[in-house]
Design a protein around this ligand. Sequence first.
Ligand code: ZN
Length: 134
Amino acid sequence: MPDLAEIDERIDRASGRPFGRRFHLRGRERSTAELRGPRTMRAHAAEIVGERLAPAEPRNDGRQTPYRNHPVFVAQHATATCCRTCVEKWHDIARGHRLDRDERAYVVEVVGRWIDRELAAGEPERAVRSRVRP
Ligand SMILES: [Zn+2]
């Protein structure tokens, strides 16, 4: 398992992509993460990763991660842990095998850490275009 500095670096790289930058915790997903806390977020991430990402050939790979309704889903898009193609490209974990215990723990930590960082950073402002202009 990479250390925290390495995990942060991977998160910075993935969430700095133009696609990754679109994702932040807002509204209901943000409240859920705040209310349930970091341990529960990691427990949910472990469940979601185990079901949707860990199989050697995940069902609907590339389209298995919804965009809303759970903070873990948002985190997966931000951190490029949404599908096995992204995990291979951005996290150097090859496709085509079942994710082992360490690999699952790594993905869970990437997701959990991104959520921690989002909450610590405060809620992002809405897009400029939605603001009322004088
Ligand atoms: Zn993906």
